[in-house]
Design a protein around this ligand. Structure first.
Ligand code: B12
Ligand code: SF4
Length: 545
């Protein structure tokens, strides 16, 4: 499907073509705010770095940082690249409409394009399934006038390319830390996660290239910025600890680089058991670890095949306390599963965490989102557990996406609304503040930066909810509020373009079965599973057996 021909107009020819890279973002509050939150995506930076700046003028726009890209600002570009998570996919389509209508060629990538490229290709001129590494081929084909519909590039096959962090500076995106990856992917197979199906393994960036990336990030940051004066590297890897030898090599480099003042990284929980390793990381300037803890409920961990968290020999609370005694702040996300947990179970769990003086509060809390293409997603679809009229927009980690629930929907909605928007009505602020002070004292450090990380990590859920006021929401899939951007449509929009670019994408129909577009993918999945002799057994059944 394409835009109505009458609406397409090419921009006036300029000497240097203009490229725009957008990291699309829809906010949990369904509003059009912006933030200067440090966890910015870096897919846009990677894509922009791969576009030859000798040939193109390149701009980078982060909708989270700059605010939603306004219609008027979609004009004047020749080539537009779009990136976003599953929950943002509708936003990619809206932006595609405005940019194509202004005459730009639009190329999209990210999670949905990787798992469902044929479906995604109806909304854009080209779709990239996999890693950013295909961007040079896309650009060359664009210049030669021979753009293909789909480009494929396995994420775990990393090509050699240099990142240009001056693009962040030029685009006035200024997170307090230096965001980068030392590796891609992960070898674990947690059933709720997109990484096993989208990456399917783990791969490291070339070590010398990574050293140049760190230098480039620091030297291209604004002279008086915090990240120039006190450079902290945040490794956004899916699993920095996957390849131990590479991790230790990177740590050693970060320790020895006199410019780098500290670093933080995303690792799996089993890393915390290794006391010697923790001491080593602490001595290598590690300020914090974001740990894939997910839950203290072993049933939930078993259901999602989070085997690395199920060691009987170790106690994770002791491990957290030990790491923090070495000055490493531990942060983690916490998952609730409304299929199996009642609102009272969820409340009990979060209160138990708040009342435990030894552990921090989770930095992120979410209800499980059945991300399309994950093992859990297919199993829930097969078992009729997904909510009818489930939309991609509902995959935000706050919306209840299932039809078979452990509790009354109104009880779950009431808890979810309180924990996301008014967490202080579930856990008291004073108690959390007091235990934070005790943890700071136990950390044995006087470094205010370490104190800052520790305090912000644990108080994040309160800060986040204050900064994320919300339009009224139902928190239920299919009926939850849509963002204003869905309704910002031109008066002359045709029915066909409305359906293609502005109506939300549904994953399920009115019975909870697959939406029409999903049926061929579902059939393919069923045949692959049969071919493997049913080896992909639902972890829920395994947990119950
Ligand atoms: C930063 C981050 C965030 C930030 C910014 C998100 C954003 N707008 O991108 C914040 C904090 C807002 C966030 C929120 C959430 N996040 Co998040 N987040 C990340 C994190 C840590 C880094 C993302 C990143 O920059 N990676 C590095 C870049 C280079 O890789 P990438 O984005 O994976 O892209 C690869 C390909 O997809 C492809 N690609 C991507 N875009 C494009 C574009 C083009 C043109 C091309 C060619 C290629 C391409 O190239 C890359 C590989 O080379 C990842 C984990 C990780 N390490 O990836 C999780 C991750 C992306 N988040 C995830 C989740 C589940 C969420 C939440 C739903 C959490 C929740 N349950 O509440 C929310 C939803 C937010 C919302 N809108 O409501 C999942 C996957 C989600 C998905 N695919 O939809 C991840 C993978 C974590 C995990 N393992 O589960 N997140
Ligand atoms: S360890 Fe983390 S990145 Fe790896 S599969 Fe599990 S959730 Fe995904």
């Amino acid at each position: 499907m394409s835009l109505e021909p009458a609406l397409q107009q090419r921009p006036a020819n300029t000497s240097k073509p203009k490229a725009l890279v957008v990291c699309a973002h829809l906010r949990p509050g369904r509003d059009k705010r912006r933030s200067n939150y440090l966890m910015q995506p870096i897919s846009g930076l990677h894509v922009a770095s791969l576009v030859d700046q000798a040939v193109f003028d390149v701009c980078l726009h982060h909708e989270d940082w700059h605010g939603p890209l306004e219609v008027a600002d979609c004009k004047g570009y020749d080539l537009v690249f779009l990136s976003g998570l599953q929950v943002d996919f509708d936003r990619l389509r809206q932006l595609s409409f405005y940019c194509r209508r202004s005459g730009a060629t639009v190329v999209a990538g990210g999670s949905i394009c990787t798992s469902f490229p044929e479906f995604a290709s109806q909304f854009f001129d080209a779709v990239c399934a996999g890693g950013v590494d295909c961007v040079p081929a896309v650009v060359a084909d664009f210049l030669a006038g021979s753009l293909k519909r789909i480009y494929r590039s396995p994420i775990a096959r990393i090509s050699s390319y240099a990142l240009d962090y001056s693009i962040l500076t030029k685009s006035r995106i200024s997170p307090v830390v230096h965001l980068m990856e030392a590796t891609r992917g992960c070898s674990f197979k947690c059933s709720f996660c997109v990484i096993p199906s989208e990456v399917g393994g783990h791969a490291s960036y070339d070590f010398d290239q990574l050293k140049r990336t760190i230098d480039n990030a620091i030297l291209s940051s604004p002279r008086l910025s915090f990240r120039r004066l006190y450079p902290i590297v945040m490794l956004l890897d899916n699993n920095f600890s996957d390849d131990r030898a590479h991790m230790l090599r990177v740590c050693e480099y970060l320790r020895s680089n006199r410019r780098v003042r500290g670093w933080v990284a995303l690792v799996t929980q089993n890393v915390l058991h290794d006391r010697e390793l923790i001491r080593h990381l602490a001595a290598s300037k590690c300020l914090g670890l974001f740990v894939g803890l997910e839950s203290f409920d072993p049933d939930l961990l078993r259901r999602y095949r989070k085997t690395q968290n199920l060691s009987k020999r170790h106690n994770v609370i002791d491990d957290i306390v030990y790491s923090e005694s070495q000055g490493i702040t531990i942060t983690y996300g916490y998952l609730f599963d409304p299929r199996y947990q009642k609102a009272s179970d969820m409340e009990r769990q979060i209160r138990a965490i708040a009342e435990n003086p030894l552990i921090p509060m989770p930095i992120y809390i979410s209800v499980v989102a059945p991300l399309a293409g994950t093992e859990t997603f297919w199993n829930d679809l097969d078992s009729g557990r997904l909510a009818p009229h489930l939309r991609l927009r509902d995959l935000d980690g706050e919306t209840i996406a299932y039809s078979q629930l452990a509790d009354r929907p109104d009880a779950l909605v009431s808890f979810v609304e309180r924990i996301f928007r008014r967490p202080w009505t579930v856990v008291g602020r004073t108690g959390v503040l007091l235990k934070t002070v005790r943890r700071l004292a136990r950390s044995g450090t006087l470094n205010p930066i370490r104190w800052y990380f520790m305090a912000v990590g644990t108080l994040h859920c309160f800060i986040w909810s204050r900064g994320t006021p919300s339009q009224p929401r139902s928190y239920l899939a299919g009926s939850d509020t849509l963002d204003p951007q869905y309704f910002e449509r031109p008066g002359d929009l045709s029915e066909r373009d409305r359906a293609t670019y502005f109506d939300p994408i549904y994953l399920t129909d009115e019975t909870g079965g697959p939406a029409d577009w999903l049926k061929p993918y579902h059939a393919r999945r069923v045949s692959i599973t049969r071919h493997r002799g049913g080896s992909n057994r639902d972890p829920i059944e395994i947990a119950g057996s």
